[in-house]
Design a protein around this ligand. Structure first.
Ligand code: GDP
Ligand code: CA
Length: 314
């Protein structure tokens, strides 16, 4: 792939982000790829700092992710959670025994004042991941979902309530004071291509783009996004439901429009081939291809196709 050599930064949420990052990890040398991950979903669970999207990306790239759920560790067990339930502790957020060690160790380092970026780097290296994974920020940013039933911290909305309460808006606590992780900043500055993974545009990519200074940096790069909406629906999660509740039409075009000001290319699934003209009308190059990337082969194929496409622009 020497002809396709370029520095790539993937902006990622959890499951969709991890799948796309995995594809690029399979076709690029590790030093040419950086993944910058949403931390708006982070929260404290029984006093432990949990970073769901960072961990999903890290476990996926380490080859230990649970293939059925997309999150958590394959073959994990639940003894700690069962014991917690006996004490009357809340167990609606499920953390497996092996997964628990990640949060214990992360929190241990965090309490000593180690930056989240450094902690993440240590964890991913220990798991044998050669690609750099950076949290979007070392500062806490917390997504609050404004619903018809009032404001809910993200995991209460997403896991506890199963995304049932209709969404009215989103708030990011701590965002004005937060800065891009210095390592994420440097990677974006050096990037030849920024790929926005097929992650939830509101709650996974939204917080990254909203970080002070992030948009200005990204705008200067070549940017391609992969649609998380196929045939008007999300493959998983509330992205399409949120679109409707926020007054937009559930369509890949809505995603393209959100990113319109800085997007050079937009990847649509074949089921949405008819929308390519609409993308072109926005002044964005469309690529219509297979975007369901459940298995490793499909992930690598899509990543390589995107690299060849961008390289062909000259
Ligand atoms: P979360 O943080 O785990 O909820 O995951 P993300 O925000 O990263 O990804 C959720 C989005 O990924 C959903 O809108 C899905 O439609 C999308 N998604 C998941 N798998 C795929 C896939 O194989 N292809 C595409 N195009 N989108 C996907
Ligand atoms: Ca997430």
């Amino acid at each position: 792939m020497e002809d396709l050599a370029m520095q790539v930064v993937v902006l990622a949420g959890g499951v969709g982000g991890a799948r796309m990052a995995d594809g690029f990890a399979r076709v690029l040398p590790p030093e040419d790829l950086t993944v910058v991950v949403n931390t708006g979903d982070d929260f404290e669970w029984h006093g432990l700092l949990v970073c769901p999207d960072v961990d999903t990306v890290m476990y996926t790239l380490a080859g230990i992710a649970n293939p059925e759920t997309g999150w958590g560790i394959a073959g994990d067990t639940w003894a700690a959670l069962e014991m917690l339930a006996r004490y009357g502790g809340e167990t609606w957020f499920r953390i497996g025994d092996r997964d628990l060690a990640t949060h214990v160790f992360r929190t241990f380092l965090w309490r000593q004042g180690v930056r989240l970026s450094e902690i993440t780097d240590r964890l991913r290296r220990a798991l044998g991941v050669r690609v750099a994974i950076w949290p979007m920020s070392d500062d806490p940013v917390r997504t609050i979902v404004e619903t018809e039933e009032g404001p809910l911290p993200f995991q209460e909305y997403f896991v506890r309530r199963g995304c049932a309460p209709p969404v009215r808006g989103l708030i990011w606590e701590g965002l004005e004071r937060a800065r891009l992780s210095p390592e994420a900043h440097a990677a974006l500055e050096a990037a030849d291509l920024v790929v926005i993974a097929p992650s939830n545009p509101y709650v996974s990519i939204g917080p990254i783009l909203a970080l002070p200074g992030a948009l200005g940096l990204i705008e200067q790069r070549r940017v391609v996004a992969v649609s998380p909406i196929l045939g008007g629906q999300a493959l998983k999660g509330p992205a399409a439901k949120m679109m409707v509740e926020l007054g937009e039409s559930p369509s890949a075009l809505t995603v393209a429009r959100r990113y319109q000001t800085f997007l050079d290319g937009f990847v649509l699934d074949r089921v949405d081939a008819a929308l390519a003209a609409g993308v072109e009308a926005m002044g964005i190059r469309p690529l219509v291809t297979d975007t369901v990337i459940l298995d490793p082969g499909a992930r690598a194929r899509l990543a390589e196709e995107i690299l060849r496409w961008v390289a062909s622009w000259g």
